[in-house]
Design a protein around this ligand. Structure first.
Ligand code: KDG
Length: 305
């Protein structure tokens, strides 16, 4: 898989409540597409990351971390702007929910541009992946996604609409344009994003299936559903201690894509992917608890709920 996006450094509050009173933060490497890459690699497949980091300590941190996880970082460029960061505020103002607070405007990652998209590399991939975040961070990053999607027909897209980065109208216009011009093989979304894209409709599945072969509808703690070839399969979620939900959707999506790439049947891949997202919410950090097959199977053997 080739993934295009922005790697961010995450500073996760060690105590709950408003950030103004938090004194300690834990540092993690994050960014949706990087999370996808690590999940993908953990399940035994290769992922090349296309993007930019700052030539600063956080940029080196990100590259060394991803390399250590087995992601191919040879196409990540250093940029003179700083690596973007975000803080996670937890349990405030809504208990059990996290809020991401970004410091990323003009960041190295947002300088991703179409010249960074190596044509022969993208053409040679089995799958090209990106998200609504990369469409939102800058014009040039958006153009890079459109270019990459024009070079390879096997595409995967996670809507991941972050309303701190753009308006619902802009998100709808841009994502729908991408999907119309470049329909995907895999579309990963949830009901909130679907409502932004389609407005209030009784059933978002049918209209979304016009743009994808396989649709994954994430249902938060309840699990997720997959729709393909006129079929539907629901994988139930698990009741686990929740520390931080940021990154859970990427864990699900990246695990699913890797397993189907390895030839798993779609339904089993989703059952396993839901375990990946359950494990992910039990810790702070988006990538540290992304599971191997053995981890998922151990969970399934021992946890029955
Ligand atoms: O899905 C998790 C991401 O939201 C997180 O890692 C940060 O990429 C990020 C973003 O832009 O919100």
């Amino acid at each position: 898989m080739i993934a295009l996006g922005e790697i961010l450094i995450e500073l996760n509050a060690l105590s709950p409540g408003p950030l103004r009173h938090v004194s300690y933060f834990e540092k993690h490497v994050a960014g949706s597409e990087a999370n996808y890459c690590v999940a993908f690699v953990r399940l035994g497949n290769n992922c090349v990351y296309l993007g930019r980091v700052g030539e600063d300590e956080f940029g080196h941190n990100a590259i060394e971390w991803l390399r250590g996880k087995g992601v191919d970082v040879s196409h990540i460029k250093f940029d003179s702007s700083p690596t973007g960061i975000f803080f996670i505020q937890r349990d405030y103002p809504v208990p059990s929910q996290s809020e991401s607070i970004y410091y990323r405007k003009g960041s190295a990652g947002s300088n991703l541009n179409p010249d960074d998209v190596d044509e022969s590399l993208v053409k040679s991939a089995n799958l090209v992946h990106s998200t609504g975040i990369t469409l939102a961070i800058s014009e040039t990053a958006k153009e890079a996604v459109f270019k990459a999607f024009s070079l390879n027909e096997v595409r995967s897209f996670d809507t991941n609409i972050r309303l701190k980065l753009w308006t619902p109208e802009k998100a709808r216009e841009t994502i729908m344009r991408l999907l119309k011009v470049h329909p995907v093989k895999y579309l990963i979304t949830d009901r909130e994003d679907a409502e932004i894209l389609l407005g209030k409709v009784e059933d978002p599945v049918k209209p979304l299936m016009e743009y994808t072969d396989v649709l994954i509808m994430k249902e938060g703690p309840h699990g997720a559903s997959v729709y393909y070839e006129g079929r539907k399969h629901f994988s139930h979620g698990y009741s686990v201690p929740v520390r931080d939900v940021v990154g859970a959707g990427d864990a699900l999506g990246g695990t699913f894509l890797s397993l189907v790439t390895s030839g798993f049947p779609i339904e089993k891949a989703l059952d396993y992917a839901v375990v990946s997202s359950a494990l992910n919410v039990t810790i702070r950090g988006d990538q540290e608890n992304l599971p191997s097959i053995k981890d998922i199977e151990t969970f399934l053997e021992r946890v029955r709920n």
